[in-house]
Design a binder for this molecule. Structure first.
Ligand code: SF4
Length: 358
């Protein structure tokens, strides 16, 4: 692999992030027009926009400009349930829209594209996961937020990457055995930090799984003063090199608060938008996503997050299509483990997990 190949540096302005292949290129006036149209429809329909950090920066800007929020999945869930608006428009992937519906069954939940899924969700079919749980009835079932409504309904607790550590520590302190799904990498990281043995479902994120440890070591040698920021969905060998391991919010905070001028970032490239907004003088470098012998370089962008754009957002507000529907009984079952997490977060004032000085 060439040095150029490894050192894929990105020096960006707040509105110029690494392009996603799915994001349409809009002229300034086209962008302005469509944003104004969407803002008008949001107002007319008493709707609020909630966007994930990994989505198109145009959507992130619009969410903030229109009084919505840009956040990680835990904060999206919190924010959505606090709104009086009758409609929540969730820009992200399907499990986020489902979580919004589970927490707000009386609200209309729209998404730009209901086919935007997640490899963790796809890799954890409810019937197979349920059989795994049935085989271990003495275990408390803890699932990551990136799961279907059915899988959530089968669980005792839902967690996000920001709250997984304190919840597992809490369960261990009560002597409970834990069955964890679906992200094996995050599960291993939590096991390592807490020392709690857990039964792991073998799922993974297609984006974070691609970060490569050998190439990262080389990149770090080229940038010895850079802090390495890693999302815990990444492989263990990548996490081991991190100065900070944490949720999207923790990684953004690290860029804003640490003294380092350079950061190597191992998570979806969409996060660079918020990082550059908060710390425009910092130099951000995408962690390498191809190792020795790899035949292609993945782009460090989630293909499903990339299915959200200004165009399909406008279409969905016009048509009212792409609405999340969940059976009321399923909602009632799935809300319990989510509410348990939100109550825990409130009670323990939990923010994010991190390693290092962020
Ligand atoms: S980045 Fe990974 S975990 Fe996040 S939505 Fe995409 S596939 Fe799922």
């Amino acid at each position: 692999m060439s040095q150029n190949h490894i050192a894929k540096e990105i020096d960006i302005t707040p509105v110029d992030v690494p392009p996603h292949p799915e994001w349409p290129v809009l002229s300034k006036s086209e962008k302005q027009l469509i944003k104004e149209r969407i803002k008008r429809m949001l107002k007319e329909q008493n709707a609020v926009l909630v966007a994930h950090y990994y989505t198109d920066p145009n959507l992130q800007e619009l969410a903030e400009e229109s009084g919505g929020c840009v956040s990680d999945s835990l904060e999206m869930a919190r924010f959505g349930s606090e709104q009086d608006a009758q409609t929540l428009v969730v820009c992200g992937v399907r499990f986020m829209g489902e979580t919004a519906k589970i927490l707000n069954p009386e609200k209309r939940i729209l998404m730009p594209d209901l086919n935007a899924t997640c490899s963790l969700d796809e890799g954890c079919p409810a019937d197979q996961f349920s059989a795994f749980c049935d085989a271990h009835p003495d275990h408390t079932v803890v699932v990551y937020a990136n799961t279907s409504a059915e899988v959530k309904a089968r669980s005792d607790w839902v967690v996000t990457s920001g709250i997984a550590l304190p919840i597992i520590q809490h369960l261990a302190s009560k002597g409970e055995k834990v069955l964890w799904g679906p992200d094996q990498h995050l599960g291993r990281y939590v096991q390592k930090i807490t020392g709690v043995e857990m039964l792991l479902w073998p799922g993974s994120c297609v984006v974070h799984e691609e970060f490569k440890s050998v190439a990262l070591e080389r990149m770090h040698r080229l940038h010895p003063d850079a802090a390495v920021l890693v999302h815990p969905e990444s492989p263990e060998s990548v996490i081991e090199q991190a100065d900070v391991v944490g949720s999207t919010t923790a990684l953004i905070n690290a860029v804003a608060t640490m003294d380092n001028k350079e950061f190597i970032v191992a998570t979806d490239g969409g996060i660079f938008h918020k990082m550059k907004q908060l710390a425009p003088d910092k130099h951000l470098i995408e962690a390498p996503t191809a190792g020795e012998g790899a035949t292609c370089v993945s782009c460090a962008h989630c293909p499903w997050m990339g299915m959200n754009s200004l165009h399909n957002l406008a279409q969905v507000l016009e048509s009212g299509n792409q609405q999340i529907h969940i059976q009321p009984k399923l909602c009632q079952q799935a809300v319990k483990p989510i509410q348990r997490m939100l109550d825990f977060a409130k009670e323990h004032a939990v923010a994010t997990q991190s390693k290092g000085n962020a």
